[in-house]
Design a protein around this ligand. Structure first.
Ligand SMILES: O=C[C@H](O)[C@H](O)COP(=O)(O)O
Ligand SMILES: C=C(OP(=O)(O)O)C(=O)O
Ligand SMILES: [Mn+2]
Length: 492
């Protein structure tokens, strides 16, 4: 590929108007902190020559270069061996030997990046994971949307209600409804890095301390089942889990030791939207030469930026992290196969997770052809279901989702995989550990009139703790059914 030649071309689109050379991308040595291009790895900057959707219009290009230089010099947030171990875990999912649980905020904010919020989110995710582990009788790979989910793609550049530029995540601009707050500031990417580092520090402590031991997480689940009307429906399964744990303890398994490694494995993820941020935190491992985006373990490409000839696909195809790609109802089977070929030409199991987000009305008719096509080509993908983004609705100007729609899309996803004999590999959920009132329904029967109570999201409506746990219990039942069907087929 004529990398050098391409970089001198005029940008077709994207955040940098003018020629690359005018920005000093191809001349200044990296060490000065002025360059945006790594002279040793020009292929990692090829994306700059392609149209990049959903990038902020940074008003100050010098500030962008400054922020980029600062980020490039900072230590990575995660390390390459962790990234590789997540790929291995996801390979287990692709083989049908594990289940993926990915969840967290739609948009993290700096203000909500507090110890309690982080604790409660991690707690909810771990509680869901224990229930799902029981349902699936396989390990659950836990990946949080946390410590970096600070950039948002938006439908409109201008917010209708205020006439202001849309909020694009705390890494870009502020949520406050003033023109000054909504102006993109590249140094917010540096703040996002520091907030991510602080969150990760706490998450790592939670993961290794007694906080996340199996018996502790089960105690929380017992409290949910005992103390809430929504939880009481799941008493039977909670009792079964209790029995299973008692059996393990009787066998001498220490439930307070969270794993052989002495800690629960919790990985981080976010949408790889801001390519300058992702590029600045992409590093080449000295010992292996492996290129990793060390801003998180897993990075996903959104529904709005997954164009095959776009900058996101170009850049993220070059990092070796596990990559997710959102697949909406309009994606054709050929297009999805092309995405698989592009991201994972070597068919590495665990490298690619296809996250369908079709909507409850479409999943049953749109997903089968996609799964069949990718499967027939022998791609070892993880099939995950995001039952949130295809089910957003407007109720009196408030964005919400109904629990029944969320559940029905998951049900449809399981039905499709059952019919095709493929593994319904995972769930991708927007959730919080707080008792918010952003999604309708669930055992608490949140109604339209309740939405105003605690509607706190900076972007999309999230399941609250109770709704998230209910979903886990219901999906665990679906997984149990899948398991007994498999066992039956085995004996026939
Ligand atoms: O999280 C996903 C998208 O950023 C979000 O759904 C876009 O929302 P919008 O349609 O309000 O811009
Ligand atoms: C933007 C998101 O989803 P999608 O790309 O599927 O719309 C998201 O996951 O927050
Ligand atoms: Mn969202």
């Amino acid at each position: 590929m004529a990398a050098g030649g391409n970089r001198r071309e005029t940008f077709a689109a994207g955040p940098y108007p003018g020629r690359v050379s005018e920005l000093g991308l191809d001349s200044a040595p990296v060490a000065t902190g002025q360059a945006l291009t790594d002279q040793a790895h020009p292929e990692l900057d090829l994306w700059r020559t392609l149209p990049a959707k959903q990038q902020p219009n940074w008003p100050d290009q010098a500030a962008l270069r400054g922020a980029y230089a600062e980020l490039s010099a900072l230590p990575p947030l995660v390390i390459a061996p962790e990234v590789r171990s997540l790929t291995e875990r996801l390979a287990d999912v692709a083989r049908g030997e594990a289940f993926l649980l990915q969840g967290g905020d739609c948009a993290e904010t700096f203000a909500a990046n507090t110890a309690n919020n982080i604790r409660d989110k991690v707690k909810t995710l771990l509680q869901m994971a224990v229930v799902l582990t029981y349902g699936a009788s396989t390990p659950v790979v836990k990946v949080a949307r946390i410590a970096g989910q600070y950039a948002k793609p938006r439908s409109a550049d201008i917010e209708t209600s205020t006439g202001l530029p849309s909020y694009r995540g705390d890494a870009v601009n502020g949520l406050e409804a003033t023109l000054a707050a909504r102006l993109p500031d590249p140094y917010r990417m540096v703040s996002a890095y520091h907030h991510s580092a602080a969150a990760l520090n706490l998450i790592r402590a939670f993961a290794t301390g007694g906080f996340s031991s199996l018996s502790q997480v089960h105690e929380w689940n017992k409290a949910f089942v005992r103390d809430s009307a929504a939880g009481r429906r799941y008493e039977l399964m909670a009792t079964d889990i209790e029995r299973a744990l008692a059996f393990m303890a009787a066998c001498g398994i220490d439930l307070d030791r969270t794993s052989e490694l002495g800690g629960v494995e919790l990985y981080t993820s976010h949408e790889g939207l801001l390519l300058d941020y992702e590029r600045a935190l992409t590093r080449v491992e000295e010992s292996t030469g492996q290129v990793c985006d060390l801003s998180a373990h897993m990075i996903w490409i959104g529904e709005r930026t997954r164009d095959l000839d776009g900058a996101h696909m170009e850049f993220l195809s070059r990092v070796t992290n596990p990559i997710g790609c959102k697949i909406g109802p309009k994606a054709s089977p050929d297009e999805v196969l092309a995405i698989a070929e592009r991201i994972n030409p070597e068919h590495i199991p665990g490298r690619l997770t296809l996250i369908s987000r079709m909507g409850t009305g479409r999943v049953r008719d749109a997903l089968p052809a996609v799964v069949e096509k990718v499967n027939a080509a022998g791609h070892p993908v993880v099939w995950a279901c995001d039952p949130m983004h295809g089910n957003t609705r407007d109720v009196g100007g408030v964005k919400t989702r109904h629990f029944d729609d969320v559940l029905d899309e998951v049900l449809g996803f399981f039905e499709v995989h059952k019919d095709l004999g493929t593994h319904p590999g995972g769930l991708h959920i927007e959730l919080t550990g707080e008792d918010v009132t952003e999604c309708l329904g669930g055992g608490q029967e949140i109604g339209e009139a309740d939405l105003g109570g605690r509607y706190e999201t900076a972007c999309d409506p999230r399941l609250n703790t109770s709704q998230a746990l209910e979903l886990a219990f219901l999906v665990a039942e679906m997984l149990q059914a899948t398991r007994s069907r498999r066992a039956q087929a085995h004996t026939e």
